[in-house]
Design a protein around this ligand. Structure first.
Ligand SMILES: [Zn+2]
Length: 200
């Protein structure tokens, strides 16, 4: 055996390239995210004791949305979840063996990912979801309230109301009267929020 063979150098290099332990750990449960998951988040009511594992960014995003359900009754949450279960997408069982990206068992982005509260859908309404079921974040609801709307308002209604209010409050539109400027700023800010939440 020739121990000076370049083959051994190659083997050594390959070993040094082995991923570190952290990179071998569990991956973030957020669809499409491949970062190491070091943060647990409760999977939700009726799923006590079950947890998602997320990276730092996604656990923050999840927790923000999760807190939003605090003011929903158990009944509302249960109905929400039931709609998700009887909905259109397959759900995987928490803790069930599943594939990782690039391996068999891991579908297209988000496929098979149980998202009973639609927390990763930016408030977009799912076909079949009841309009009166909370579908938007607290921030979005506040923004809608600034426009004098509630969460049943669709994007078209939001845009129409925004135009109407800007027209009514803009100094150019009412003889240079600047008294409503603060209100107008508030409305513009609220509308921008709703745009980025895809609700307008
Ligand atoms: Zn992530």
């Amino acid at each position: 055996m020739n121990l000076n063979s370049p083959l051994f150098d190659r083997i050594r290099v390959k070993q040094e390239e082995q991923p570190r332990a952290e990179e071998n750990g569990p991956r973030c449960d957020h669809p499409g995210c491949d970062r190491p998951a070091g943060h647990r988040a409760p999977a939700g009511r009726m799923r006590e004791g079950q947890f998602f594992s997320f990276c730092l960014d996604h656990v923050r995003e999840y927790n923000q949305s999760y807190n939003y359900f605090k003011d929903m009754s158990d009944e509302d949450v249960a109905r929400y979840q039931k709609e998700a279960v009887i909905g259109h997408r397959p759900t995987w069982t928490m803790g069930a063996k599943r594939g990782k990206p690039g391996q068999p068992g891991f579908g297209a982005e988000g496929a098979g990912f149980a998202d009973p509260f639609s927390v990763f859908r930016n408030g977009r309404r799912r076909p079949g979801a009841r309009p009166q079921t909370s579908r938007v974040s607290i921030a979005a609801r506040k923004a809608l309230a600034v426009l004098g709307l509630d969460e049943s308002a669709d994007a078209q209604t939001v845009r129409a109301r925004y135009k109407e209010l800007v027209k009514r409050l803009h100094p150019d539109a009412n003889g240079g009267d600047r008294s409503q400027e603060e209100k107008l700023r508030e409305i513009i800010h609220a509308y921008k929020q709703l745009r980025s939440a895809k609700l307008a």
